[in-house]
Design a protein around this ligand. Structure first.
Ligand SMILES: Nc1ncnc2c1ncn2[C@@H]1O[C@H](COP(=O)(O)OP(=O)(O)OP(=O)(O)O)[C@@H](O)[C@H]1O
Length: 470
């Protein structure tokens, strides 16, 4: 029988239970690869060669050949150096989330300043995507990486970026070495990457910049003309600077990293990307990362890579696409009761995160919410991707998104990182129930919660009072 949700407040207060569904190996992965099976086989051979080259490096041979099942290999007991355990690593001791390996960052052939920065971030062992992607990227290979939300993709591509620039001794002036392009125009996603890059560069002299559509471009242009080593950018604004900013030297570009690849084609950035790719030096490394493997990503990969990249699908073969620590369910409610039920669950409205922006295009509620001890953030899909807000307990969806992959990104804002736990509840109208079939086909494990008519308190007078006399 499905659990009742007659008292959502009670449910929220209830000690969160981990989803105990065991991982069942799917016989066939539902994920699509970039290439046809034939191409994939060839690529696998290439991968094995690369892995042989990588012998001795963590995450190389064994894992890649096993195909990576997303199963937990408990973290923190590896040969890691002493490091201050961050909240997240402590959380990892509670229960494995299925994203960790027992391979320590200290085993990577990377410079001391980078290792120091990782240690100071409080990370000891690598997540799966990190242990499998970093060695290839350090060797200059083109990589396409797919791993579920909250599994550490950001460090997977930033550590090699920082490292390679350090090794080739790029100077701050006029050496534009790395471009990181985010598929979606959401400012917080860019900020997250920029913040992680800044932390990693703490003991390095390499420089960092950021260009974002919708913000003042003049300051950006001046910054670019002075020289930036790693540039975090949205596609449209990057193209604008490539076309129009005098003194922006990008002929030395060594690597292009594209994140949230599935959004690029969806958001009609294809033309922008074509033009960006045409302008950048051909002799460069390219990496493409995504949380959801889709047809769009395949198409985009064909546009991006001249030759097949090394494909790393951490979750291929997993029987579910969301993280272990996520409890998720849905509740079918009639249209007339949905809002009341929704308000009952959230009980209190604290912040609203729409498209409103403060200075530099950064939505103020995002920062307030990130810093707050507790709170509720009302948001549109603009907050659905890439955000890494600490300790989000619940994601409540007032209505379903258009596609399962959007659902996966929405719920991916909770239960992030090692040991991350969280809950997600989706309200559906009876006529929207079909969406569950799509979720199940996409390997999203959702439970049905029972809707009880009499569980809704009469909030109407309270709401009216709030509106009239806030
Ligand atoms: N090796 C690690 N050990 C413990 N925690 C980690 C490690 N690497 C990353 N994390 C933490 O895991 C969380 C998720 O990381 P990150 O934001 O990079 O995920 P992501 O895969 O990019 O997610 P999304 O697809 O939703 O953008 C972050 O809070 C990050 O600090």
């Amino acid at each position: 029988m499905s659990p009742a949700i007659s008292s959502p407040k009670k449910k929220i207060k209830m000690k969160r239970k981990r989803c105990r569904t065991s991982i069942i190996e799917a016989e066939e992965s539902n994920h699509q690869s970039v290439d046809t099976t034939e191409e994939r086989e060839e690529e696998t051979q290439v991968n094995h060669q690369a892995e042989d080259d990588l012998e001795g490096l963590p995450g190389s041979e064994q894992e890649e050949r096993d195909g990576g099942d997303g199963e937990t290999t408990e973290g923190n007991e590896g040969e890691g150096e002493e490091a201050p355990a961050s909240k997240k690593q402590k959380a990892g001791k509670k229960k494995g989330s299925g994203i960790m390996t027992n391979e320590s960052f200290s085993l990577l052939p990377i410079a001391e300043p980078t290792k120091d920065a990782i240690r100071e971030l409080g990370f000891v062992n690598m997540t799966q995507i990190q242990s499998r992607a970093i060695p290839h990227l350090l060797m200059g290979k083109n990589v396409m990486g797919a791993a579920r939300t909250g599994s550490g993709k950001t460090l997977a591509f930033l550590i090699p970026a920082v490292e390679l620039l350090y090794n080739i001794k790029f100077t701050a002036r006029n050496d534009y070495g790395y471009a990181y392009c985010h598929g979606k125009k959401t400012v917080p996603c860019i900020l997250k990457t920029h913040a992680v890059a800044k932390d990693l560069l703490k003991h390095h002299s390499q420089t960092l910049g950021m260009v974002i559509g919708g913000t003042a471009r003049r300051g950006e242009a001046e910054h670019l003309a002075k020289g930036v080593n790693i540039l975090v950018a949205t596609p449209g604004r990057l193209l604008d600077h490539l076309q129009n900013t005098k003194g922006f030297v990008y002929k030395n570009l060594k690597c292009l990293i594209i994140d949230e690849a599935d959004r690029i084609l969806e958001q009609n950035f294809e033309d922008d990307m074509r033009q960006i790719l045409r302008r950048l030096p051909e002799e460069r490394q390219t990496a493409l990362f995504t949380a959801t493997q889709t047809k769009e990503v395949e198409d985009f990969a064909k546009l991006t890579f001249k030759e097949s990249p090394i494909y790393i699908g951490v979750d291929d073969g997993r029987s579910k696409v969301t993280v272990e620590g996520l409890n998720q369910g849905y509740c079918v409610v009639p249209s007339s009761k949905r809002f009341l039920h929704f308000s009952n669950v959230i009980t209190l409205i604290v912040m609203i995160y729409m498209e409103n922006k403060s200075s530099r295009g950064v939505p103020a509620p995002f920062f307030d919410f990130s810093k707050a001890d507790k709170g509720i953030l009302l948001c549109t899909d603009v907050a659905a991707r890439g955000l890494d807000i600490p300790a989000v307990d619940w994601i409540i969806q007032y209505d379903p998104p258009d596609e399962p992959k959007e659902y996966i990104h929405r719920v991916g804002r909770t239960a992030r990182g090692e040991g991350g736990e969280g809950n997600a509840l989706l309200f559906l109208l009876p006529e929207e129930l079909n969406f569950i079939a799509y979720l199940k086909a996409a390997n999203v494990p959702v439970k049905e919660y029972e809707y009880k008519e009499n569980s809704i308190p009469n909030l109407q007078p309270h709401l009216v009072k709030q509106v009239v006399d806030p």
